[in-house]
Design a protein around this ligand. Sequence first.
Ligand code: COA
Length: 160
Amino acid sequence: MPIREATADDWPRIWPFWHRIVAAAETYTWDPDTSERAARALWMSPAKRVYVAEDEAGSVVGSAFLTPNYAGPAARVANAGFMVDPERAGRGTGRALAEHVLAEATAAGYRAMVFNAVVETNPAVRLWTSLGFTVLGTVPEAYEHPRHGLVGLHVMHRAL
Ligand SMILES: CC(C)(COP(=O)(O)OP(=O)(O)OC[C@H]1O[C@@H](n2cnc3c(N)ncnc32)[C@H](O)[C@@H]1OP(=O)(O)O)[C@@H](O)C(=O)NCCC(=O)NCCS
């Protein structure tokens, strides 16, 4: 699956699934009503390296970012985010994006990766665990899930 660095022109193809995922309010801690402009500033920020995954026809089916999780002396701990178009989920795109971003993070000199807020009911927890992440701790009852009620947020970590 081709994965490449995103350009500004990719944003209109990321936004439809970005919006769908954040509006569902099941996986991210961003405002479900985030505007397109604000979403673009969040995802395509100059502080982030952004990637897209394409299908055989060249359509964008997923995106990821890589960025420092902290500043200064802790800047070699990375953070990353992942989204796959729900219409195209379950076909290996998320795993391919994650493996790519972990390799890019290692090549860039990061020593570890941290996810700050993984909703404990997210099936992605299994994906991250299979890639070597562990749950450092869980903020209890932090996330109001539309179907599961109050659920915890995992802090997940993997050394690189
Ligand atoms: C999480 C996400 C990026 C995974 O992308 P994907 O392309 O569907 O994932 P893959 O097809 O590569 O599946 C990866 C593994 O996760 C599991 N998985 C992923 N999503 C799942 C789901 N909704 N239900 C059950 N299992 C799921 C699969 O069993 C799969 O395991 P395998 O590789 O051993 O077969 C995607 O579902 C997504 O964008 N979700 C919404 C946003 C989100 O939760 N981002 C992560 C925030 S921590």
